[in-house]
Design a protein around this ligand. Structure first.
Ligand SMILES: Cc1ncc(C[n+]2csc(CCOP(=O)(O)OP(=O)(O)O)c2C)c(N)n1
Length: 323
């Protein structure tokens, strides 16, 4: 029994479509060589970002890692700021100095994204500690991949958050790969990530990470738990990245992932599934979908144009923000 209204479903569907459309467009342009930043696309994983962020309030905060485009946009980061960052322009959200892995927008709660695996997990726990000390109802969310579960900081952070009963939601996007290493070769078989998380003494749940409604509902339960002062919560979503680890290409010819596996997950496309659901419930029509794809296509084209006509940082202040 779903708790999601047609308006909410449409809002989440449109948010996923906007992320997909923007990333597809950037991936297509990437070979032009104007984006001089390693870029990790979220294509295929949009439901996790959108479902979780839809359960948050404006003054909650999120943290992300290297695959941060979807999280940044889902929480309300500006597309101009993201594209500007990828093109290394002063108009970028990190003034063109950070690139794709350092998207941030504190004014909407995107506090930081960083490429060192797991480091923002601990920083999110720090934000949650500040909220708890202030007796504030705000919550912190940290998004990370299955690979980060193998980092020491992950284990320290879960332990500390439980001991201090902090309002932090750990969101593991399990896409089954860490670069080219499959999960089954890296972690104990038959012992799911969320099951291991429970050993730290916090509630943990696994969800279909390609079903935006399921993600939203699980995140809503989790956030309710956090705001009630019950300590941290762990959410594992099963999902899949369609493109290579870093870069715009498909990699099924590299001997790691099979075309059959990719095809299976493309069938599970979160946007396809949410579109079917929205149409079945009368929330939108085929025509609406076509209109929205066009709308988002025009938006990203205009933003790219604006960015390409905007200035690079000046050499004399390129070191601003370094310590
Ligand atoms: C501490 C650390 N070790 C290694 C790397 C190199 N590295 C970058 S991304 C990545 C894999 C990340 O996998 P996962 O956390 O599952 O996220 P995904 O890329 O699947 O989204 C690795 C090993 C790094 N950035 N930081």
């Amino acid at each position: 029994m779903t708790t999601v209204s047609n308006d909410q479903l449409v809002a989440m569907l449109r948010a996923m479509m906007r992320i997909r459309c923007s990333e597809e467009s950037l991936a297509k342009r990437y070979p032009e060589g104007e984006m001089r930043t390693p870029t990790h696309f979220s294509i295929g994983q949009e439901a996790m970002a959108v479902g979780v962020c839809a359960a948050l309030k404006q003054d909650d905060v999120i943290y992300s890692g290297h695959r941060c485009h979807a999280h940044y946009l889902a929480q309300g980061g500006s597309l101009l700021g993201m594209v500007g960052e990828l093109y290394g322009r002063e108009i970028g959200c990190a003034r063109g100095r950070g690139g794709s892995v350092h998207l941030n927008s504190p004014e909407v709660g995107v506090m930081a994204s960083a490429a060192i695996m797991g480091e923002t997990i601990a920083v999110a726990v720090g934000s949650a500690m500040a909220f708890a000390m202030d007796r504030s109802p705000r919550v912190a969310v940290t998004f990370f991949g299955d690979g980060c579960v193998e980092e020491g900081i992950f284990h320290e952070s879960l332990n500390f958050a439980v001991v201090k009963k902090l309002p932090v939601l750990f969101v593991c996007e399990n896409n089954f790969y860490s670069v080219n290493s499959p999960l089954r070769l890296r972690q104990p078989p038959d012992l799911a990530i969320h099951t291991r998380a429970t050993s730290y003494g916090l509630p943990a749940q696994q969800v279909d990470g390609n079903d935006v409604v399921a993600v939203y509902e699980a995140a809503t339960t989790a956030v309710h738990h956090l705001r009630a002062g019950n300590g941290p919560y762990f959410l594992e979503g099963l999902t899949y990245r369609w493109r290579e680890h870093v870069g715009p290409l498909f990699d099924t010819d590299q001997g790691v992932r099979s075309q059959r596996e990719l095809d299976f997950w493309m069938e599970q496309c979160p946007i396809k599934r949410a579109s079917a659901r929205a149409q079945a419930s009368g929330a939108c029509t085929e025509l609406d979908l076509r209109r929205w794809w066009k709308e988002f296509g025009q938006e990203i084209d205009a933003v790219v144009e604006q960015v390409r006509n905007s200035p690079f940082p000046k050499p004399e202040n390129i070191l601003d923000g370094t310590y």
